[in-house]
Design a protein around this ligand. Structure first.
Ligand code: SF4
Length: 307
Protein backbone atom coordinates (compact mmCIF):
# COMPACT_ATOMS: atom_id res chain seq x y z
CA UNK A 1 0.00 0.00 0.00
CA UNK A 2 1.49 3.33 -1.04
CA UNK A 3 0.69 6.33 1.07
CA UNK A 4 1.69 9.96 0.89
CA UNK A 5 2.63 12.18 3.80
CA UNK A 6 2.29 15.97 3.70
CA UNK A 7 5.67 17.69 4.02
CA UNK A 8 6.98 21.22 4.40
CA UNK A 9 7.82 22.64 0.98
CA UNK A 10 11.43 23.15 -0.09
CA UNK A 11 11.84 26.63 -1.53
CA UNK A 12 14.42 25.78 -4.14
CA UNK A 13 13.64 25.89 -7.86
CA UNK A 14 15.58 23.85 -10.38
CA UNK A 15 15.31 23.19 -14.08
CA UNK A 16 14.16 19.63 -13.40
CA UNK A 17 11.22 20.94 -11.35
CA UNK A 18 10.28 23.27 -14.22
CA UNK A 19 10.63 20.38 -16.64
CA UNK A 20 8.51 18.08 -14.50
CA UNK A 21 5.81 20.75 -14.23
CA UNK A 22 5.77 21.05 -18.03
CA UNK A 23 4.95 17.35 -18.21
CA UNK A 24 2.26 17.42 -15.53
CA UNK A 25 1.55 19.96 -12.79
CA UNK A 26 -0.05 17.26 -10.69
CA UNK A 27 3.40 15.70 -10.35
CA UNK A 28 4.63 19.01 -8.92
CA UNK A 29 1.96 18.75 -6.25
CA UNK A 30 3.12 15.25 -5.31
CA UNK A 31 6.77 16.31 -5.40
CA UNK A 32 6.30 19.34 -3.19
CA UNK A 33 3.45 18.57 -0.85
CA UNK A 34 3.76 14.85 -0.16
CA UNK A 35 6.51 12.51 0.83
CA UNK A 36 5.66 9.80 -1.66
CA UNK A 37 7.79 6.68 -2.00
CA UNK A 38 8.71 6.17 -5.65
CA UNK A 39 10.93 3.78 -7.56
CA UNK A 40 12.52 4.98 -10.75
CA UNK A 41 13.49 1.52 -11.95
CA UNK A 42 16.35 -0.03 -13.86
CA UNK A 43 16.39 2.44 -16.79
CA UNK A 44 16.90 5.40 -14.48
CA UNK A 45 19.60 3.66 -12.47
CA UNK A 46 21.52 2.60 -15.58
CA UNK A 47 21.69 6.33 -16.29
CA UNK A 48 22.95 6.93 -12.74
CA UNK A 49 25.67 4.30 -13.25
CA UNK A 50 26.75 5.77 -16.58
CA UNK A 51 26.94 9.24 -14.99
CA UNK A 52 29.10 7.92 -12.17
CA UNK A 53 31.47 6.25 -14.66
CA UNK A 54 31.81 9.48 -16.63
CA UNK A 55 32.32 11.48 -13.46
CA UNK A 56 35.14 9.15 -12.38
CA UNK A 57 36.91 9.60 -15.74
CA UNK A 58 36.81 13.39 -15.58
CA UNK A 59 37.77 13.43 -11.89
CA UNK A 60 40.88 11.43 -12.82
CA UNK A 61 41.72 14.11 -15.38
CA UNK A 62 40.95 16.95 -12.93
CA UNK A 63 43.29 15.45 -10.32
CA UNK A 64 46.03 14.79 -12.88
CA UNK A 65 45.72 10.99 -12.47
CA UNK A 66 46.28 8.63 -15.40
CA UNK A 67 43.07 7.55 -17.09
CA UNK A 68 41.88 4.20 -15.70
CA UNK A 69 38.86 2.91 -17.59
CA UNK A 70 38.39 -0.09 -15.26
CA UNK A 71 37.97 2.29 -12.33
CA UNK A 72 35.36 4.21 -14.32
CA UNK A 73 33.40 1.02 -14.97
CA UNK A 74 33.70 0.06 -11.31
CA UNK A 75 32.40 3.47 -10.20
CA UNK A 76 29.43 3.11 -12.56
CA UNK A 77 28.49 -0.39 -11.41
CA UNK A 78 28.91 0.61 -7.74
CA UNK A 79 26.60 3.59 -8.17
CA UNK A 80 24.03 1.33 -9.80
CA UNK A 81 24.20 -1.26 -7.03
CA UNK A 82 24.00 1.39 -4.31
CA UNK A 83 21.05 2.97 -6.10
CA UNK A 84 19.03 -0.21 -5.83
CA UNK A 85 19.49 -0.34 -2.09
CA UNK A 86 19.46 3.30 -1.09
CA UNK A 87 17.95 5.84 -3.32
CA UNK A 88 18.88 9.39 -2.42
CA UNK A 89 15.27 10.14 -3.24
CA UNK A 90 12.24 8.41 -1.80
CA UNK A 91 12.41 4.75 -2.56
CA UNK A 92 10.23 1.70 -2.29
CA UNK A 93 11.51 -1.50 -0.67
CA UNK A 94 14.21 -3.36 -2.66
CA UNK A 95 11.94 -6.26 -3.59
CA UNK A 96 9.68 -3.83 -5.43
CA UNK A 97 12.48 -2.66 -7.70
CA UNK A 98 11.30 -2.45 -11.29
CA UNK A 99 13.56 -4.45 -13.62
CA UNK A 100 11.56 -3.65 -16.74
CA UNK A 101 13.84 -1.61 -18.99
CA UNK A 102 11.28 -1.32 -21.76
CA UNK A 103 7.59 -2.04 -21.30
CA UNK A 104 5.81 -4.10 -23.89
CA UNK A 105 3.93 -1.81 -26.23
CA UNK A 106 2.25 -2.12 -29.60
CA UNK A 107 5.61 -1.82 -31.36
CA UNK A 108 8.22 -2.63 -28.74
CA UNK A 109 8.84 -5.99 -27.05
CA UNK A 110 9.22 -6.27 -23.29
CA UNK A 111 12.81 -6.04 -22.07
CA UNK A 112 13.35 -7.15 -18.50
CA UNK A 113 16.84 -7.08 -16.98
CA UNK A 114 18.72 -8.69 -14.12
CA UNK A 115 21.43 -7.12 -11.94
CA UNK A 116 24.26 -8.71 -13.95
CA UNK A 117 22.73 -7.70 -17.30
CA UNK A 118 22.39 -4.13 -16.03
CA UNK A 119 26.03 -4.14 -14.82
CA UNK A 120 27.10 -5.28 -18.29
CA UNK A 121 25.15 -2.52 -20.01
CA UNK A 122 26.70 0.13 -17.76
CA UNK A 123 30.15 -1.25 -18.58
CA UNK A 124 29.38 -1.10 -22.31
CA UNK A 125 28.19 2.51 -22.07
CA UNK A 126 31.13 3.74 -20.00
CA UNK A 127 33.66 2.01 -22.25
CA UNK A 128 31.90 3.33 -25.36
CA UNK A 129 32.31 6.88 -24.06
CA UNK A 130 35.97 6.65 -23.05
CA UNK A 131 37.27 4.04 -25.49
CA UNK A 132 36.22 6.06 -28.51
CA UNK A 133 36.95 9.55 -29.60
CA UNK A 134 34.24 11.08 -27.41
CA UNK A 135 35.99 12.65 -24.39
CA UNK A 136 36.93 16.32 -24.60
CA UNK A 137 40.27 17.27 -25.98
CA UNK A 138 42.93 17.61 -23.22
CA UNK A 139 43.21 21.32 -24.10
CA UNK A 140 40.00 21.72 -22.07
CA UNK A 141 40.64 22.05 -18.38
CA UNK A 142 38.22 20.21 -16.08
CA UNK A 143 36.88 22.90 -13.73
CA UNK A 144 34.22 20.89 -11.88
CA UNK A 145 32.47 17.52 -11.91
CA UNK A 146 28.89 17.15 -10.66
CA UNK A 147 28.87 20.70 -9.37
CA UNK A 148 25.86 21.84 -7.32
CA UNK A 149 24.77 25.44 -7.41
CA UNK A 150 22.66 27.25 -4.85
CA UNK A 151 21.95 30.84 -5.86
CA UNK A 152 19.58 33.69 -5.03
CA UNK A 153 16.51 33.89 -7.24
CA UNK A 154 15.74 37.58 -7.80
CA UNK A 155 12.05 38.27 -8.38
CA UNK A 156 10.95 34.88 -7.02
CA UNK A 157 8.66 34.73 -3.95
CA UNK A 158 10.37 35.30 -0.60
CA UNK A 159 12.74 32.57 0.54
CA UNK A 160 13.12 30.92 -2.88
CA UNK A 161 16.53 30.10 -4.29
CA UNK A 162 17.52 28.44 -7.51
CA UNK A 163 19.89 25.57 -8.01
CA UNK A 164 20.79 22.43 -9.81
CA UNK A 165 23.79 20.20 -10.43
CA UNK A 166 25.79 20.39 -13.63
CA UNK A 167 27.55 17.17 -14.65
CA UNK A 168 30.78 18.66 -16.00
CA UNK A 169 32.31 22.11 -16.34
CA UNK A 170 35.22 22.63 -18.73
CA UNK A 171 37.18 25.73 -19.68
CA UNK A 172 39.49 26.82 -22.45
CA UNK A 173 40.66 30.20 -23.77
CA UNK A 174 37.23 31.01 -25.16
CA UNK A 175 35.33 30.46 -21.88
CA UNK A 176 33.35 27.77 -20.12
CA UNK A 177 31.51 24.74 -21.48
CA UNK A 178 28.84 23.06 -19.35
CA UNK A 179 28.04 19.45 -20.18
CA UNK A 180 25.01 17.37 -19.33
CA UNK A 181 25.43 13.60 -19.83
CA UNK A 182 22.27 11.77 -20.84
CA UNK A 183 21.37 8.21 -21.60
CA UNK A 184 18.43 7.45 -23.85
CA UNK A 185 16.86 4.27 -25.17
CA UNK A 186 17.31 5.35 -28.79
CA UNK A 187 18.96 8.19 -30.68
CA UNK A 188 17.51 11.52 -29.59
CA UNK A 189 14.82 12.91 -31.92
CA UNK A 190 15.73 16.19 -33.59
CA UNK A 191 13.71 18.46 -31.32
CA UNK A 192 15.09 17.01 -28.06
CA UNK A 193 17.15 19.56 -26.18
CA UNK A 194 15.50 22.48 -28.01
CA UNK A 195 15.08 25.84 -26.23
CA UNK A 196 11.64 24.83 -24.95
CA UNK A 197 13.48 22.54 -22.53
CA UNK A 198 14.63 24.66 -19.57
CA UNK A 199 17.92 22.92 -18.81
CA UNK A 200 20.50 24.69 -20.98
CA UNK A 201 19.18 28.21 -20.34
CA UNK A 202 18.90 27.50 -16.63
CA UNK A 203 22.49 26.30 -16.26
CA UNK A 204 24.02 28.90 -18.54
CA UNK A 205 22.55 31.67 -16.41
CA UNK A 206 23.40 29.91 -13.14
CA UNK A 207 27.05 29.44 -14.12
CA UNK A 208 27.28 33.01 -15.36
CA UNK A 209 26.10 34.17 -11.94
CA UNK A 210 28.26 31.72 -10.03
CA UNK A 211 31.48 32.39 -11.97
CA UNK A 212 30.74 36.06 -12.72
CA UNK A 213 31.33 35.59 -16.43
CA UNK A 214 29.46 35.88 -19.72
CA UNK A 215 31.26 33.26 -21.83
CA UNK A 216 29.28 30.11 -21.14
CA UNK A 217 28.20 27.43 -23.61
CA UNK A 218 26.15 24.33 -23.00
CA UNK A 219 26.18 20.91 -24.69
CA UNK A 220 24.25 17.71 -24.20
CA UNK A 221 26.22 14.50 -24.52
CA UNK A 222 23.79 11.72 -25.27
CA UNK A 223 24.55 8.01 -25.20
CA UNK A 224 21.77 6.06 -26.91
CA UNK A 225 21.66 2.55 -25.42
CA UNK A 226 19.94 0.74 -28.35
CA UNK A 227 19.36 -2.42 -26.35
CA UNK A 228 18.86 -5.59 -28.36
CA UNK A 229 15.73 -7.32 -26.97
CA UNK A 230 17.18 -10.77 -27.73
CA UNK A 231 20.77 -10.55 -26.55
CA UNK A 232 20.09 -7.75 -24.03
CA UNK A 233 23.34 -6.15 -25.09
CA UNK A 234 23.65 -2.44 -25.84
CA UNK A 235 24.75 -0.97 -29.13
CA UNK A 236 25.84 2.45 -27.78
CA UNK A 237 25.67 5.47 -30.05
CA UNK A 238 27.16 8.77 -28.85
CA UNK A 239 26.10 12.25 -29.88
CA UNK A 240 27.19 15.72 -28.73
CA UNK A 241 24.48 18.29 -29.23
CA UNK A 242 25.22 21.97 -28.64
CA UNK A 243 22.45 24.00 -27.04
CA UNK A 244 23.01 27.74 -27.58
CA UNK A 245 20.55 30.05 -25.82
CA UNK A 246 19.94 33.78 -26.35
CA UNK A 247 19.04 36.34 -23.69
CA UNK A 248 15.31 36.19 -24.38
CA UNK A 249 15.27 32.42 -24.05
CA UNK A 250 17.17 32.62 -20.77
CA UNK A 251 14.80 35.26 -19.39
CA UNK A 252 11.72 33.28 -20.46
CA UNK A 253 13.07 30.17 -18.73
CA UNK A 254 13.82 31.99 -15.46
CA UNK A 255 10.37 33.63 -15.59
CA UNK A 256 8.79 30.18 -15.92
CA UNK A 257 10.54 29.04 -12.76
CA UNK A 258 9.40 32.16 -10.88
CA UNK A 259 5.77 31.64 -11.95
CA UNK A 260 5.95 28.04 -10.85
CA UNK A 261 7.34 29.10 -7.44
CA UNK A 262 4.40 31.50 -7.12
CA UNK A 263 1.93 28.73 -7.95
CA UNK A 264 3.51 26.44 -5.36
CA UNK A 265 3.33 29.23 -2.74
CA UNK A 266 -0.37 29.61 -3.49
CA UNK A 267 -0.90 25.87 -3.19
CA UNK A 268 -2.09 25.33 -6.75
CA UNK A 269 -4.23 24.53 -8.58
CA UNK A 270 -2.10 21.73 -10.02
CA UNK A 271 -3.88 20.45 -13.06
CA UNK A 272 -3.30 16.84 -14.14
CA UNK A 273 -2.28 15.90 -17.70
CA UNK A 274 -4.01 12.55 -18.24
CA UNK A 275 -3.93 12.96 -22.02
CA UNK A 276 -0.13 13.12 -22.16
CA UNK A 277 1.65 9.98 -23.37
CA UNK A 278 3.86 10.41 -20.28
CA UNK A 279 0.80 9.83 -18.10
CA UNK A 280 1.43 6.11 -17.93
CA UNK A 281 2.63 3.58 -15.34
CA UNK A 282 5.97 3.47 -17.15
CA UNK A 283 6.65 7.19 -17.11
CA UNK A 284 4.93 8.51 -14.00
CA UNK A 285 6.08 7.56 -10.50
CA UNK A 286 2.73 8.64 -9.09
CA UNK A 287 0.56 6.54 -11.36
CA UNK A 288 -0.65 4.21 -8.62
CA UNK A 289 -1.70 6.94 -6.23
CA UNK A 290 -2.88 9.63 -8.64
CA UNK A 291 -6.64 9.57 -9.26
CA UNK A 292 -6.02 10.76 -12.80
CA UNK A 293 -3.67 7.89 -13.60
CA UNK A 294 -4.81 4.33 -13.02
CA UNK A 295 -8.33 5.28 -11.99
CA UNK A 296 -9.07 7.09 -15.22
CA UNK A 297 -7.57 4.37 -17.32
CA UNK A 298 -8.96 1.24 -15.72
CA UNK A 299 -12.12 0.35 -13.93
CA UNK A 300 -12.38 -2.86 -11.90
CA UNK A 301 -16.01 -3.30 -12.72
CA UNK A 302 -17.17 -2.64 -16.28
CA UNK A 303 -20.72 -2.20 -14.92
CA UNK A 304 -19.47 0.92 -13.18
CA UNK A 305 -19.03 2.65 -16.51
CA UNK A 306 -21.68 5.28 -17.02
CA UNK A 307 -22.63 7.38 -20.00
S1 SF4 B 1 -0.73 9.82 -13.25
FE1 SF4 B 1 -0.90 11.28 -14.95
S2 SF4 B 1 -2.08 13.01 -14.14
FE2 SF4 B 1 -1.35 11.81 -12.39
S3 SF4 B 1 0.57 12.78 -11.78
FE3 SF4 B 1 1.08 11.14 -13.20
S4 SF4 B 1 1.17 12.13 -15.21
FE4 SF4 B 1 0.08 13.49 -13.86
Amino acid sequence: MITTTPVEIRRRMSQSIVNQADTCLKRTEYDFFHDTPVMGGVGLLIGTGYHAGNAEGYLQRMHGDPHDIDKCVEAGVDAFRRGIEFDEYKQLPVDEFNWVFQPKTYRAPLIELTPSLADGIIEQLVRAYFDQDNPWNPSFQVVAVEFSMDLPYPGAPEGWRRGGAVDLVLADDSGYVLIDHKTSRKKWPKKKGSPTNPQAAWYIDAWRTHANTTNVKFAYEVMAINLDPETKLADPLFERRWAPRNERQIKATLDRGRDLALLIERGGPFLPSPESFLCSPHYCDYWKICPHGSTLNFTDDPQEASF
